[in-house]
Design a protein. Sequence first.
Length: 750
Amino acid sequence: MKKIYTGLSVIVFFLMLAASLRAQTLIYHDSFNPGQTKWSNYDDESSNTKLERGKYFLTHKKNSYTYQGVAVPIEDNRNYSIETTVTHISGTNQYPIGLAFGSKDVSNLYYFAISANGNYLLAKYDQGVYKGIINWTVSNAIKTGDNVPNKLRIEKTGDQLTLMINDQQVAQTPMVQPFGNSIGFIVNMAQTAAFDYLTVSYLDKPVKVVVNNPVSASIAEIAYHTDFYADDQNQWVWKSTDSASTSLGGGVFKISRIAKTWFSGSFTAPETYVDMHRNFLIETEAIHYSGAQNYGYGLVFGADGARQYHFWIASSGFYYIGYTENNDFKTIVNFTTTDAVIKGDNEKNKLSIEHKNGQLHFYINDQQVDTYPDINFTGHQFGVSVSSSQNIGFTYLTFGYLDKPTPVTNKDTVSIPKINITSPEVTRGLRVVQSSNILHVAGIATDPSGIFSVVVNDIQATVAANGNFTADVPMSLGENPLMVVAMNMNMKKGAYTFHVVRNNVSATAQANLSQTVSQGKFYALLIGVQDYQDPNIQSLEGPITDATKLSQALTTNYTFLPENVTILKNPTKHELFKSLEDIQKRVTPEDNLLIFYAGHGLFDKEQMQGYWFPRDAVKGSRDTYISNFDLIGYITAINSKHTLLISDACFSGSIFKTRSIDLADKGIQALYNVNSRNAVTSGMTEVPDKSVFMEYLVKNLNKNTDPFLSAEQLFASFKPAVMNNSGQVPQFGVIQNTNDEGGDFIFMKK
């Protein structure tokens, strides 16, 4: 509700606000101010929405109903309120307008609503079937007529649900069992209503209930334990995305997922070291609140940036064991039925994994369901995860060793890891000279107890079971000190240091390359799609902003002229293809072309086909999408010197000939002389509206000081940051069947 407060009204407002904050804790609030809200406009044959003057206008055009909502995770054991002010604008005056709550989707929701002629009701739609809880009731608390605001408030206290209109209680009924955690608005039949705000608040302070989370008697030494009453150094709660959100309170860590594909998880921090090679026990208790019944949730273990193992159950009575590697699912034990799972919503199930005597044993509610041979874990992180659209809570997480470590009586006998660098070839002066801005470090670390981790200049190296390790480290011009630190299983560290001198490209070489590059122009087609016509495809906020930021980086720092950079905002499929055809007519064999896309995407694992969603895409109708096959055809037809495709969407797979990256030091001149058709993608996971991938791509373009920067070097410079700050694994490779000859796109500084 947008208002301007002056004079005495400002003082009164803040006194009222302070009083309300003492009694309540705000969970969610939106007053629909332009630029400060995620609620958006849309229009289709059934309904439309409009943000205007600090109000959210919702119109239904037919003889049914319209629902719009937002996910708001709420602790089930807390007392809370939901409030809005609704105004009937026009249309029929005898059908509901009001608050929807406890919603899963448009077919599964509860609502408390009024009519403009003075009635209220409480009802639900269950699988699209209407059922009244409190039928239409006349109330003099309702202000009737058009353009008259009414405040609606729902309060959940204990096991009771209180309904209020204009601060007057009109009804009380037993609390209902929510379908999900979405809250929003509903309008029935042909009418328009305006909502001033949406506020959700706790009515009480969290009460810490002492819960006895018994530690298994078999645990001899606890390495980690949390009862989820506080967010420890592992920072379990992360920033909400379009796919999922997390919350922590009342001794429960909750993951609430909206997306129906993939999974979301939260792991221990890398600094929380546990030894996955000792005999151990991992355990948690999970509660299925609502959502999909046939999809997995449970434990994650042996996790690192590339691989995570999962032990999941489904509330319909199944368990699953598998892992994800570079965002591909690998199944160990497919979903298998078991009577060990306590089925249904709001039921608790204990999951345990025991590593003992070279075997992994899997338990559900203390009943063993499977055994699997030992795994040579490369990661040491563990945690919990949830797939599909489910709301799951976890009450504790424990990692303990089943035996005591062998005591060391003489500290001098504890070994220190030995490190041998195999690449680059280190001279006796411990000095390396190179010209590339990326150094590929390889070597082997050895220790009798085994190698736990290797870090090169704060970059976590990939370590094999035999101690071989590799890491790609960015290099600055001039002197670069390198420190390789290996940690053994006794948590003892060994270090090796050397220096790398990165030489600048000679003035003659720069002049020669500048002359070569200047023979062609640099073109960019930057595509951002965020406003979708199909209401079943969620609109975004970031893509057009991302395209604009990329345009500024290219035209400010590199040899992209503004007249050769096109930003395509919310194109239809036809408009996007038309732009590619126009580019084809302009680009010559001496020119360079960068194509960028940000928006929704889909990857079909069965067909190994990726898709972009244009503005007129229809959910479930693939003939309205833009496929890899379409793009490859256009890219092949564009006769450029170099074409670089950057895609910030779920897009990987068949676009690539190879997903590997060769970081060998190559001459920039040689790379430019040979034609290329390469792609950089944000990976195969769902991309949040605020893209970490784009943040670091643009950041590294802006901070680059080298006169010439290859796409391969750019990718290597920001990939670690994206992986460390998101669940994404960016990919770089050659676009298949497009006449690539092995060169690379070169960004040339102004």
